[in-house]
Design a protein around this ligand. Structure first.
Ligand code: ZN
Ligand code: ZN
Length: 228
């Protein structure tokens, strides 16, 4: 006899080991860009019309960042809200299910290391958990918390060398002190930076640039949601 499980999104019973029920899956699939919009084949940004010229690629300042679904979808938004702001940690599995579509497009071999964008230190102190770390765990593949927010670094500055202090002053990220001096072993790995949502891309772009400055040459980004 199959176990009766409940869909974490709509709470209806489902008789399978699926992450969400078929109805929620159909609704969420409809909020994914690929169901209603094409993408720039170079940077993966969703584009509105077949003749739309991707301005990011035209400016040659693009990063490959693959967003999966729209931010203003009714279901995707409510999942984000209950995950981040109402501590429904089980939603990490729903987000991971959809984020894995971006990962397989960016890294079909499945060799890249996942690097979650850290939440703010204020949030971490208040809630005690970091949303993207929960999603990274739910993806069930190797991830490293290489990135830290640079305000953390002020507290731990004594543990960092001059070069690290300099790069921290320029941006919002620093290398997590736990990994300082240990990055050489993994520099040949591709990295996929993951976040739950991109809007202006400024956080994602600065994370990607920061990792490049630190010697990683293949760095991509994936986000579950995107505000176009
Ligand atoms: Zn459901
Ligand atoms: Zn493009």
């Amino acid at each position: 006899m199959k176990r009766a499980l409940f869909c974490p999104v709509c709470h209806s019973a489902m008789n399978s080991c699926d992450v969400i029920c078929d109805e929620c899956k159909a609704a969420l699939d409809g909020e994914c860009f690929d169901s209603f919009m094409s993408r720039c084949p170079v940077c993966f940004y969703p584009k509105v019309a077949p003749f739309y010229e991707c301005d990011k690629c035209a400016a040659l300042s693009y990063n490959k960042v693959y967003p999966v679904a729209r931010y203003d979808g009714p279901l995707s938004y409510s999942i984000l809200d209950s995950f981040k702001f109402h501590a429904h940690k089980e939603m990490a599995h729903v987000i991971a299910l959809y984020l894995s579509r971006a990962l397989s497009a960016l890294d079909p071999q499945g060799n890249a290391l996942i690097v979650p964008i850290p939440c703010s230190n204020t949030r971490l102190k208040k809630s005690g958990w970091d949303p993207m770390v929960e999603v990274a765990k739910a993806l069930r593949r190797p991830y490293l918390q290489i990135l830290s927010n640079s305000d953390l670094q002020r507290i731990q500055q004594k543990r960092l060398n001059r070069q690290q202090r300099l790069s921290a002053s320029e941006g919002r990220f620093v290398i997590n002190p736990d990994y300082s001096g240990k990055l050489d072993e993994i520099k040949d790995k591709s990295i996929i930076v993951i976040d739950d949502i991109v809007t202006t891309m400024s956080t994602m772009n600065s994370a990607i640039s920061f990792l490049r400055e630190n010697g990683f040459s293949n760095v991509f980004g994936a986000s579950w949601l995107c505000e176009l």
